[in-house]
Design a protein around this ligand. Structure first.
Ligand code: V47
Ligand code: SF4
Length: 372
């Protein structure tokens, strides 16, 4: 019996490559996206995932902080950002951030995920103070903060090079970087959807420099808007090439576009079919990425659970109060307890492992504080 349940003949060649450890090329990536044999693709991705991680499925105990939603970039897919004087605009003071952290100080949070808009009224010192503040309240946490877009802005307002900027932020407490801001790497989508934001060459160049300074980062891909499947494959290929060079990417996170409250609100939601396919194709094409996340916030808890059998080995985290996708209509919970995440993983036949930001397993005894 064929353990891979393949129905599409075009997948046989890909299966042979996977079994022999041969790298997939762009044509294979396109064939995967064009195939309607989702179960077949999923069985290949699950094989690859199990070869790396067995039945382990990771999650992190984290807290999200969005320090400002004021942003000059006006990306057309964004429901989170506001102009400075617009209703709903906010910028947290350092004291507000301290307060937010103290509200959850009794929980065993190990990672603070912090990103914000490009707000020209904030000086460079504000960002350094943010990091110092987090470290003073949560000394043992890892601060995963600032996308390449923010790093580009911080380098320009500080007058320092990218590497100098990263080094100052690192000294102030920055522990790693999230993967946002990449969207779809390529000129066509960029000029249509986010012309003011850094382009793909700059995003890749900043990530390269981040990795060269010794920090790791994640990488994302925003799909389900105007991109073609060829552009998705091209995006994955560019990430894979940079990873060959630096080995600095930790996880890849496919982000399902939510159109509500954006200028693309006419676009339908992504389908479960496409959500699972993006996870599975990423696992197969990104052969040099250790971790692929099924980000339950974007695709919902139920589908993320199935994503664990389609190539994902990580559900991201417990995060409370996610804003970016919920302001764009995401209907997932605002947060999950570690018990809920562990139940999802166990129910899907995998072994839950709470991890730190660097995928080191964490002593599980501490999560009893979190049960709600
Ligand atoms: O870059 C913006 C995306 C990203 C929408 O590294 C949207 O661990 C869907 O990068 N619909 C920021 N997505 C979030 C991000 C992230 C999330 C979780 C974990 C990690 C990680 C990184 O959110 C942006 C953009 O691609 N985004 N608007 C929207 N309407
Ligand atoms: Fe600003 Fe980021 Fe929203 Fe673009 S996606 S408008 S850079 S907050």
């Amino acid at each position: 019996m064929d353990a891979f349940l393949l129905k599409d003949n075009n997948l046989f060649k890909i299966k042979d490559k996977i079994l022999s450890g041969e790298r997939l090329n762009a044509d294979d990536g396109n064939a995967l996206f064009q195939s309607h044999d989702l179960v077949g693709i999923g069985s290949l991705a699950d094989f690859t995932r199990r070869r790396r991680h067995g039945k382990t499925s990771f999650y992190v105990y984290n807290q999200h902080i969005n320090y400002t939603n004021v942003c000059v970039n006006k990306c057309r897919f964004c429901a989170f950002s506001r102009e400075a004087e617009e209703a709903g605009a906010f910028t947290m003071t350092i004291d507000d951030v301290r307060q937010k952290l103290l509200e959850r100080i009794d929980e065993p949070i190990t990672e603070i995920h912090m990103v914000g808009g490009i707000n020209p009224s904030l000086p460079f010192e504000y960002y350094v103070d943010l990091l110092h503040c987090i470290k003073s309240v949560r000394a043992d946490s890892t601060i995963k903060a600032f996308t390449a877009v923010e790093i580009d802005h911080l380098s320009s307002i500080s007058g320092m090079s990218i590497k100098e900027t990263i080094s100052v932020l690192r000294d102030a407490g920055l522990g790693m970087m999230p993967g946002g801001g990449a969207e779809i790497l390529g000129n066509r989508v960029q000029s249509s959807l986010f012309p003011r934001k850094i382009n793909s060459t700059r995003w890749l160049s900043i990530m390269r420099q981040v990795h060269q300074t010794g920090l790791t980062s994640n990488a994302t891909m925003l799909y389900g808007h105007i991109e073609t499947t060829e552009e998705r494959v091209n995006h994955l290929m560019q990430l894979r090439s940079l990873q060959d060079e630096t080995h600095g990417f930790s996880a890849f996170i496919p982000l399902a576009f939510h159109s509500k409250n954006t200028s693309l609100s006419n676009l339908p939601a992504t389908t479960a079919y496409d959500d699972l396919k993006n996870i599975a194709v990423a696992r197969l094409v990104l052969d040099n990425f250790e971790h692929i996340k099924a980000y339950w916030v974007m695709i919902g808890e139920k589908l993320a659970q199935i994503g664990l059998s389609f190539g994902a080995d990580d559900l991201d985290g417990t995060l409370i109060e996610e804003k970016i996708s919920h302001m764009a209509g995401a209907t997932s919970s605002k947060g999950l307890s570690s018990r809920q995440i562990e139940a999802m993983i166990l129910d899907a036949g995998y072994i839950p492992v709470q991890r730190d930001s660097f995928y080191n397993p964490i002593n599980q005894k501490n999560h009893i504080h979190n049960e709600s």
